[in-house]
Design a protein around this ligand. Sequence first.
Ligand code: BJW
Ligand code: ZN
Length: 293
Amino acid sequence: MSDAADAFRDAFQNSKHIVVIAGAGLSAASGIPTFRDGGGMWRSLEATALATPEAFNKNPSLVWQFYHYRRTKALEAKPNAAHDVIAKMSVPTYLRKVAPAAQSFHLVTQNVDRLSVSALNALLARPDSQAELATKHTVFRDSILEMHGRIYDVKCTACGFCEEDRTDPLCPALGAADASFNNYHDAGSKDVHIPENDLPRCAACGALARPGVVWFGEKPYHLDEINSIVYKADMCLVIGTSSTVRPASTYAYRVQRHGGKVAVFNLAPSEKDEQADFVFSGPCETILPSLFP
Ligand code: BJW
Ligand code: ZN
């Protein structure tokens, strides 16, 4: 193992309150595209035409087609080895093998694909971990905070009713429009007009529904809880995020400002790397399992 890996593992071993801040790179190996780097969706699509409340108000048909396509792809995706390592950290009996003093673990994810939740559920369903969990600890409660919402949530624009719905397609018109799409670019730019009445509607009041994700200008979920987690954390792993979107981009250095350590895991170098205590360049789905076998 390299000196950097040794130094990181030493620091990790002594940490008590661990927080992971994750972004799209965490799910890249599961086939979910990122937003901004090489194959990122916003390289060929205009974020402001798709990921703002104004864009939805102007053209709910286009925005729904984009999210419908992404829902379909997310339904086919499976967690990768990086999700699995993070899931294991949610189990105190595992975490304390690598960080004996650990008292809390949280994953604050910007991802809406739910793959971190799937990885944790799969881990907990494994017979060997069932036995381990049954000993004296259980999983850290509410360890996953999905701050930008969930792609399968369908939320009413009128009454606020929100429920997870994995039906694919959510309505016949979205299934029909999909037939002419070959990729994310088509789904976010070809304007197959669907009348509002044929788009997903609220199960409670019948009004137009929208994807239950957080768009630019909207308030992310769980902010108060995340603030207290960040305030307490003494170890922050920043995994697969370009750290360009607020407030997620501010958390790591808030941990550092009150004496915590920051470790960055990313394919590409970033401007903020020189501030980090540890930088691991490369795919998180191979680096994390090598550090936490
Ligand atoms: C790998 C890898 C591998 C690849 N291994 N690495 C000026 C104007 C207007 C707004 C603002 C402004 N200044 C600040 C704002 C606020 C705005 C903001 O930050 N804008 C900036 C872009 C300028 N933020 C907001 O509006 C947020 N809300 C807010 O601040 O509210 C305040 C408030 C408080 C109280 C009350 C009311 C309001 C909301 C932000 C919502 C972001 N939404 C999106 C879409 C979600 C739904 C969807 O999925 O469509 O969230 S945008 C998009 O960006 C998505 C992501 O979660 C988010 C972050 O992207 P992420 O995850 O970092 O992905 P990438 O692609 O950027 O990076 C991937 C990285 O992975 C790269 O670095 C790769 O190298 C790496 N990688 N493969 C390791 N295998
Ligand atoms: Zn409603």
